[in-house]
Design a protein around this ligand. Sequence first.
Ligand SMILES: CC(C)(COP(=O)(O)OP(=O)(O)OC[C@H]1O[C@@H](n2cnc3c(N)ncnc32)[C@H](O)[C@@H]1OP(=O)(O)O)[C@@H](O)C(=O)NCCC(=O)NCCS
Length: 170
Amino acid sequence: MDYIIRPPLERDAEGVNALRRMPGVFENTLGFPAEPLIRNRERLASYDPNSHQLMAVLPREDGTEAVIGMAGLSVHPNQRLRHSAGLGIMVHRDYQGQGVGSRLMEALLDIADNWLMLVRVDLEVFTDNARAIHLYEKYGFQIEGTRRKAAIRGGQYVDDYIMARIREDA
Ligand SMILES: CC(C)(COP(=O)(O)OP(=O)(O)OC[C@H]1O[C@@H](n2cnc3c(N)ncnc32)[C@H](O)[C@@H]1OP(=O)(O)O)[C@@H](O)C(=O)NCCC(=O)NCCS
C-alpha cells in the first residue's frame, strides 16, 4: 500500500471528520457520532505549538488524498510537565491491521524521542481494546493503572487503562 505519513493540511478536514466519527474507530476513541466538520476545520486552521500531528494519507488517481490514519502528541503546556505528552491514534476501519498504526507510532515516537526529547508519553485506552494495547506494549508502553467507569461508550460506563512509556535514559 502506497501511503505516506505527513503533517496535516487544512484540506484534510473532511477526511479527519470522517475518521473521527467512523464506526469501527470512534467507539474506541473519545470520538462522537455527531462530530461536526467545523470543529476539525477550526483545529486544522489554528496553530497550537504544543500539538504535533501526523497523518497517513493514500494518494488517489484524481490527485486527492484519502486520510487513512492519524496520530498526535499533545505536550503538556505547564512548565513542570513539559517533559511529557499525551498520545492519540486512530486508523480507518478498512486499513486496520495492515501496519499503518505501527508506522504512525514510529514516526510520532521519533518526534517524541529525538525532537522534543520527552521523558514520558502517556495515553488512555479502554481495557477491552486488545489491538491497541498490543500496539502500545510493542512500543514500550506499560499499564500504570485502571480508571473505573472512565468514559461513556454505547450506553455504558467503561473502564480504561492509563499507559505510559518512560525513557529511563533521558
Ligand atoms: C488501534 C489501532 C490504532 C492500531 O492500528 P493498526 O493499523 O490497526 O495497527 P497495526 O496493524 O500496525 O498493528 C496491530 C498489531 O496488533 C495485533 N493485533 C491485531 N488484533 C489484535 C487483537 N485482537 N489482540 C491483540 N493484538 C492484536 C496485530 O497482530 C499487530 O501486531 P504486530 O505488529 O505485533 O504483528 C487501530 O486498530 C484503530 O484505529 N482502532 C480503532 C481506534 C482505536 O482503538 N484507537 C486507539 C484508542 S486508545
